[in-house]
Design a protein around this ligand. Sequence first.
Ligand code: NAP
Ligand code: ZN
Length: 345
Amino acid sequence: MTKETKIPITPNEIHGLAVHAAGAQLVPYRYEPGELKTNEVEVKITHCGVCHSDIHLIDNDWGISHYPFIPGHEIVGTVSAVGSQVRDLTVGQRVGIGWQADSCGICEWCRQGDEHLCASAQPTCVGRNGGYADSIRVNAHFAIPVPDALESENVAPLLCAGITVYSPLHNLGVRPSSRVGIIGIGGLGHLGLQFARAFGAEVTAFSTSTDKEEEARRLGADHFVNTRDNGTLKKLAGSFDLLLSTVGADQDWQSIVNGLRPKGTLCIVGVPPSPISIHAFPLIGGQKSIAGSPTGSPRDLYQMLDVAARHGVKAITERFPMANANEALVRVKKNQVRYRAVLTN
Ligand code: NAP
Ligand code: ZN
């Protein structure tokens, strides 16, 4: 009988930046991802956008954060390894990864191509380590090939911010006759203006930052409203088919609902801290709706990237070396970034 020989395992550490407690600074952190699963790809990260959700997660605003963890879910990079069952991606291919890294694959939602609604869906940086790192592993189904026409830096923010505003415009049937208001012109909102224009709508930007007016108009806004000016909001009662709120702060929801035309929808994608309180009568009388919308499925991501490539939708970015991610987070918190910080390796 031959003596058992152990094959040495090559260390395959992933190096990133993690927080170790709610609200803490990012510090260098490394982890061993183990053996590559048969359905996974490993992606060498070149770019990762800084979504405000990363800040909510760092601060544990939603009570779902576990530490240490590496934030980041607007990832672009190249495939560096493929699991044995992956047939549609090859080493060297450029891919994008958004909010979701895995799902069960067999529930009714996964089977219908709505994997983002799967009860077992795994967010890329909740309970897993995200994209403020040199590499990441995900189920290959959630690594989406990026059209050649799109630059990595400008496309990374589309993987979360872009799909989050594209999905409700698409799902709620926005068309050339639609009057759409985008509330909050940050990472999500500046892409919302561009997509709403691509859908043919008449577009109004609602912003607390009057210095954003010129850019908002260039990006697709036909009108610009200063949301700090209550009088203007009141004058706009009954004006919009869709109001898309991308703001992560409490707002005057009643005035916003009053801004809807009959059959209009207020769609909430930003995550305010407090419950939303609305009188029922304006909803009932005007047959109005309040909706929420998450990111989107891999199928939706394919479609959104294709639309972006053909209609010239791209993020306006501020670039930071990955090592300076803390600086980027501070600028996002102060609403200073125009309009998306992107970390690069
Ligand atoms: P962001 O880049 O910081 O932009 C948010 C914008 O909201 C700001 O630029 C600002 O626009 C406006 N704003 C900020 N504070 C405000 C206040 N106190 N009152 C009114 N307006 C204010 O953030 P983001 O990355 O776009 O994310 C926005 C929200 O969407 C976050 O809550 C994030 O967690 C959420 N989100 C949700 C999903 C989803 O699946 N539903 C996906 C991604 C992100 P102006 O300067 O124009 O006023
Ligand atoms: Zn996000």
